[in-house]
Every structure is written in C-alpha cells, then in structure tokens.
Design a protein around this ligand. Structure first.
Ligand code: CTP
Length: 414
C-alpha cells in the first residue's frame, strides 16, 4: 500500500519515526511529508532514511511530476501524526499553503489524524469544532491519549503510541490489503451490545468510587464487531479521554453513556432486547454507596478522624442477562483476575462463567502494572463445557477479533 505520512510541528514527531519504521517493515511504500515546523523537531535525513523515499515540503519541487497533487492522488491512506491544533484548523478550513495541504485536498484516500497538543488547546472550542468538522467529513481521529505532556502538565493531549496508531491503520488497510476471508463480513445483520469502561458510584456531588478500566478492550470489541458488519450498541461507562472517538465516528456503532452500575444495567437490558450477542466488557462496581450525600462531605461529617461508608451490593447485570436470555442469544462476560499462574486463571474463568451462567467468559490476568491503561491484553476464553476455546494475546483489537471468532464459533455450534 502507498501511505502518505504527514508530520506537523510537535515534539511527538519523534514517535512518528517509529510509526514510519513499522509501516516500512510491513512492506508499505511510505512517503513522509513534514511541514517546515516539523523539520525543527526531526530533520529530513531521518525521514528519508526511515521511509526510504525522498522527502520534501515544498510544492515547487519536482514540478514536472506535479508532486503537489501526485502524492495525494496516488495514496491509499494518509495519516497525519502528530496533528497539531494549527494543522487541524488548516485541514478543517481546507487551506493548502504547503505540500501537505495540497496533498490533503488532492486525496480521496482515507485520512487519519493523531492529534497532539496541550490539554487546553485540545479542549478549546475552536479545536473541538475543527475536530467535529473533520470527523463529519470522514476523517478518523485517533487519540489523543491522556498522560504526561511536554512540560510539567498532564492530561489529554499526548499523541497515541505508534504501535496503537499502526494497529488502527492496519484495521483500515485490512479490507483492501487482505483478500476477504471468512471473517470479512461474518457478523453482517447481527445486533451486538457491548459494555465498556468502568462504572462510577457517587459518594457525594464531587466524589465517586471507580476503577482503573480505560474502556479500550470494550471499545476495541465494538469497533471490531462493527467492522465485521454487526450493528453495535456500545454502552460506555467511564472511559479514558479519546478512547471513544472512533466509535462515535463509526456508522454502525451507537454510543450510549452510562454512569453507575444501575444506569449501565438499565441501558444494557434495554439494548439486549433485540440483540443476538451481549458482551459485558465493562468493569462494573460490585457495590454502591447506600446513602449518597446531597452535599459535599467535609471532615466535619466524620468527627473522630475516620469516615465510614456503608456499601450495598449492585445487581449482577451479566448473571441477569444470562438468566433472562432469549433463545439464540449469546451472552459473554469478561473477568480481570489477579492470579499466580495460567492454570489459576483458567480455573477462575471456569468458576466465574458457571456462577454467572454466561455462554463464554474471557479472562485476563491483572496486577498493579498489568492489564489496565495499556494497548495490549492477553485473554483465555472458556465455554459452557469449561473448555478453553481461545487464547489470544496482542493488541486489544487483536484480542477483540479472537473473542469475536470464539463467539461466531459458539453461535455456529462449533
Ligand atoms: N458484572 C456485571 N455486574 C456486576 C459485576 C460484574 O455484569 N455487578 C460482569 C462484568 O461486566 C464482567 C463479569 O461480570 O463481564 C465479571 O466481572 P467481575 O467483576 O469479575 O465479577 P464479580 O461477580 O464481581 O466477581 P468477583 O467476586 O471476582 O469480584
């Protein structure tokens, strides 16, 4: 595939070197178009060496081959990484004052942007409006991630890691790059409900009990199912900033927000009414605060130096779905377990699947540093006979595809 990588003036340009490297390693013909400002961060020799193609920023170079439009016309995919606030504004307005601008106007290929900027700039109404405009035009927005930024600040604005961006690009390239296999559109006509993220149980108007789920695995499942032809309802509890962007843009995904376990339960049950498959990937709080305070709790609320909160159990949504399932409906659970060995993980997965009555349960090992807030995951999937029907490791998208394969196999009676 011929891929144009536009690089604009942000420090995250160094991450794009790795992206280009990954794409070239996969055999793609990569053409880098840096802006003048991008060259202040990473110079042309680096881009030429890594991409193995000449690099220019000027519309006046290589005029006989009409380079200012030729690259865009011939591209199968254009990705802008990092995409600064300024570049997003230029793209939204259709400005073409440099080679990247003319290329973007000349291309009919899918365009992906990976924004990178400080949190204030990302949240500015002008940037929000530009992103909205681009999204409506079909541009895919990947990220930004939340985390440490260039200065002392942190928040949403970090460019996504190159591996994750590559993963997204692979997803876009797949249909054209690979001959349509059995999985191509194998979920067409199917209605799939996916829950994702972590519920938040309020304590008072400003505090809550939450968990570390980023929502990435659930959203990856929704995207994978939709790309395979399913109509997807994605019930999103709290997810990390940027994780939902692509799902919002997907024509076959309907995103519905859900805050607490109770709200999530209501949303999932309603959506499950006519669903063929329900996947509970959300991290649902087992307990909620019995009496939510209408006013902010202060230290005076708990004289004596301690605060006791009484918690009451939330309904088990998955168990309820499994109990009430219609004929032909497939109910799938997820479980994050702290375990010492693979055997223990499989054993816990078996017991949990049985306790909940789900058709399949995908379990992954977690710890202080594993399983959360990362692009990667590893799961074992057990079925109603207690057998391990799938094992998958890799990006959350790859894990999602494997879980969907297992679901398709169960539904086919395999
Ligand atoms: N789940 C649910 N409703 C709840 C709790 C969990 O639907 N109130 C679902 C999750 O979405 C997930 C599966 O059940 O698909 C397993 O979640 P987990 O938290 O591991 O289950 P628990 O029953 O809370 O198990 P444990 O006692 O190990 O915490």
């Amino acid at each position: 595939m011929r891929i144009v990588v536009g690089v604009t003036g942000g420090i995250a340009a160094y991450k794009t070197v790795q992206l280009v490297r990954l794409l070239v390693t996969d055999g793609h013909d990569v053409h880098v178009i840096p802006t003048e400002n991008a060259l202040r961060f990473v110079g042309a020799p680096t881009w030429e060496a890594i991409s193995r193609n000449p690099v220019t920023t000027s519309v006046h170079d290589d005029v006989p081959r009409v380079r200012h439009v030729a690259l865009g016309q011939a591209a199968d995919l254009v990705v802008i990484a990092p995409a600064t606030a300024h570049t997003l504004a230029k793209m939204a307005a259709g400005l073409a004052d440099d080679l990247l601008g003319t290329t973007l106007l000349a291309t009919t290929a899918p365009v992906v942007v990976a924004p990178a900027m400080h949190t204030e700039m990302w949240r500015h109404p002008a940037t929000r409006a530009n992103i909205e405009t681009l999204r409506k035009r079909g541009v895919r927005v990947v990220g930004p991630d939340s985390g440490r930024l260039t200065g002392d600040d942190s928040g949403p604005g970090r460019m996504v890691e190159p591996e994750r961006l590559k993963d997204e690009l692979d997803g876009l390239l797949r249909p054209a790059a690979v001959a349509p296999g059995p999985a191509g559109n194998d979920l067409e006509g199917m209605r799939v409900v996916v829950s994702a993220g972590g519920t938040r149980e309020p304590i008072d108007p400003v505090r809550y009990i939450g968990n570390r789920s980023s929502g990435r695995q659930g959203v990856a499942l929704a995207l994978a199912a939709a790309d395979r032809g399913a109509e997807v309802t994605l019930l999103a509890a709290h997810v990390e900033e940027g994780v939902l962007t692509e799902a919002h843009a997907h024509p076959r995904i309907q995103v519905q927000p859900a805050g607490t376990a109770t709200e999530l339960g209501e949303g999932v049950r309603t959506a499950a009414g006519d669903a063929d498959v329900v996947v509970m990937a959300a991290a649902v709080a087992d307990y909620r605060v019995a009496e939510v305070s209408e006013t902010k709790l202060t230290k005076d609320s708990a004289p004596g130096g301690g605060l006791e909160l009484r918690l009451v159990e939330n309904e088990d949504i998955l168990a309820g779905l499994a109990r009430d399932r219609r004929a032909g409906q497939t109910i799938v659970g997820f479980a994050a377990e702290t375990v010492a060995s693979d055997e223990e993980l499989v054993e816990r997965a078996r017991r949990k699947r049985e306790r909940k009555g789900a058709d399949l349960l995908a379990a992954n090992a977690v710890g202080w540093s594993a399983g959360f807030e990362t692009p990667d995951n590893a799961v074992v999937v057990v079925d109603a006979r207690g057998e391990v029907v799938a094992r998958a490791g890799g990006t959350k998208r790859e894990v999602a595809e494997a879980v969907l394969d297992a679901i398709a196999a169960v539904r086919a009676g395999a």
